[in-house]
Design a protein around this ligand. Structure first.
Ligand code: HEC
Length: 147
């Protein structure tokens, strides 16, 4: 119980700081449609992420090193561990990514796919990364469906 709460808190914090990073990219006074109440789409956040090249570069590096073996270099789920059942999530699938909140992504990554009611094929990564690194990975993953 304690642990779940802690992780929850962390996920919220992580998401908040993600929003802060996103906010920094905006010019003051620029309050066009993108800032309205509409939920952020993968495309929006990809555009935002493009403004934070360091985070993206780091995210890409970590993703290539730790995740691409299953999820594929391009994130489409076609890593070299072919034949995994179920297949690794496809981060280039716009509909799938749209259906995934940042909280959900953080939880799945930190606690593994089993924690979100899926198979146990995606291991928990929460202890492998600093919170900042996890944010970088999520930012990077969010850009993959935009291409
Ligand atoms: C051993 C292979 C493997 C590695 C390495 C791996 N994944 Fe996965 N991942 C999977 C599989 C398989 C699924 C699909 C699980 C399912 O649908 O039951 C998945 C699913 C996911 C999902 C979607 C979970 C959901 O809610 O549907 C996310 C997000 C994810 N992985 C992120 C990552 C990240 C980030 C890394 C690297 C830090 C990573 N994975 C490394 C195999 C892997």
């Amino acid at each position: 119980m304690q642990k779940t709460l802690k992780i929850r808190k962390f996920a919220i914090l992580a998401t908040l700081s993600l929003l802060v990073i996103a906010g920094c990219g905006k010019k003051p006074g620029q309050s066009g449609k993108a800032d309205s109440k509409k939920p952020m789409t993968a495309v929006d956040s990809a555009a935002t992420a493009a403004k934070v090249p360091f985070a993206l570069k780091e995210g890409k590096r970590l993703f290539s090193h730790y995740c691409a073996v299953c999820h594929g270099e391009s994130g489409d789920g076609s890593g070299q561990y072919y034949g995994l059942t179920p297949t690794p999530a496809n981060f280039t699938d716009k509909a799938f990514m749209k259906s995934m909140s940042n909280e959900r992504l953080f939880k799945a990554i930190m606690e593994g796919s089993a924690s979100v009611g899926k198979s146990n094929m995606c291991p928990p990564w929460g202890k492998s990364f600093q919170s900042e690194e996890l944010e970088f990975i999520v930012l990077y993953i969010r850009t993959l469906a935009a291409k």
